[in-house]
Design a protein around this ligand. Structure first.
Ligand SMILES: Cc1cc2nc3c(=O)[nH]c(=O)nc-3n(C[C@H](O)[C@H](O)[C@H](O)COP(=O)(O)O)c2cc1C
Length: 345
């Protein structure tokens, strides 16, 4: 599927169940990456280097977490011109996620609803995949996104994040702590003041030890939900600064259903992504920028479907942008469009 140009492949892929289309595409990409066949999906990387959180990003456009949960296709996405690639969410142990079907398209709104629930092969398999990738050696920035197993009680969530942090630390340019998926029960309660303070306090302390052990300070980012009140955003900003977290990724998918009413899939439970999320995500980015001041690194994600949408994220206050749903609807050309739209901006 990845072997034919996206405009031709899309009608075929959109005729399949979304998760099946996804699995076929990733399997094809995994096979051709690191072979000469990668030329079939290769695109020149827009050269627009920028230093954020102490890292040199080759351009401002990244792949959002969750598209490559097991880190199997890092080099394929690198070949498409992403300046950075975030893989995961990985949990300490492999887990199947929620029952299928669990991804739904809403094409008239250029949106998806998913309730995957961190299906992944676990930390050991993830690290083995990450170690094989050559993307970092070619100047790409690799983010590794960590979460908790569904079976771990929420009171013990920190244990899972600490295992994840120590496991991915030596292989990451940055690590994202994901407390904002709507599809793992109670996960989002980790965004509330006391819980977030406790979690980030443990992770920061562990990060100091890991920096010593590995001789390198790996930036820690926190990924937040779009469904936050103004007061909660301010509280999160204060906690990020207090624990010297290096950046924030805003946002994950939303529980809101604005912009999809009336579509047969609109009533599916899970997180909504794509075009209808853009404004809500931009509002959270703007509120974070106001609370955090001009220098704090913000990665903007949610509803980037065009170069203009990427620019709107920059205008809202994001330093970098990431793409997931836009890639499903628009294909690899969007990577170049977005990176060009942001070049020099
Ligand atoms: C099918 C699917 C799976 C996702 N899985 C993850 C995940 O494992 N971890 C994570 O942090 N975000 C995950 N996300 C959220 C995306 O990274 C992104 O924050 C969100 O979809 C908004 O961006 P978009 O509108 O460009 O898709 C997932 C999104 C989708 C659509």
């Amino acid at each position: 599927m990845a072997l034919i140009p996206f405009p031709l492949a899309r009608p075929f892929l959109f005729g399949l169940d979304p998760e099946h289309a996804h699995d076929l595409t990733l399997a094809a990409l995994a096979r051709i990456q690191r072979t000469p066949l990668i030329a079939l999906v290769e695109q020149a990387r827009v050269d627009d280097p920028v230093s954020i959180a102490g890292l040199m990003f080759p351009n401002r456009v990244g792949l959002a977490a969750g598209l490559d949960k097991n880190g199997r296709c890092i080099d394929a996405f690198g070949a498409m011109g992403f300046g950075f690639v975030e893989v995961g969410t990985v949990t300490p142990l492999a887990q199947p996620g929620n029952p299928k079907p669990r991804i739904f398209r809403i094409p008239p709104a250029q949106a998806l609803i998913n309730r995957l629930g961190f299906n992944n092969d676990g930390l050991a398999a993830f690290i083995a995949n990450v170690r094989r990738a050559r993307f970092r050696a070619r100047g790409g920035i690799l983010g590794l996104n960590i979460g908790k197993n569904a079976a771990t009680p929420i009171e013990r969530a920190a244990d899972d994040y600490l295992i994840g942090l120590a496991g991915v630390y030596p292989h990451a340019d940055y690590v994202t702590v994901n407390v904002s998926s709507p599809n793992t029960q109670n996960l989002r309660t980790l965004q509330s003041d006391a819980a977030l303070d406790a979690l980030l306090s443990s992770l920061s302390a562990r990060r100091v030890e890991l920096a010593e052990e590995h001789g390198r300070n790996v930036p820690l980012f926190l990924k937040v939900a779009p469904d936050l009140e103004a007061a909660q955003i301010e509280a999160i900003a204060g906690i990020l600064v207090r624990h010297r977290i290096d950046g924030v990724v805003a946002t994950n998918t939303t529980l809101a259903r604005d912009g999809v009413a009336g579509h047969p899939n609109a009533g599916e439970s899970g997180g909504l992504s794509g075009a209808p999320l853009a404004r809500r995500s931009n509002d959270v980015i703007a509120a974070l920028r106001a609370a955090l001041g001009p220098r704090f690194p913000i990665v903007g994600v949610g509803g980037v479907m065009s170069g203009a949408d990427a620019r709107a994220k920059r205008e809202a206050g994001a330093d970098l942008v990431q793409i997931y749903t836009g890639f499903i609807y628009k294909g690899p050309a969007l990577v170049t469009d977005a990176a060009r739209a942001l070049a020099g901006a």
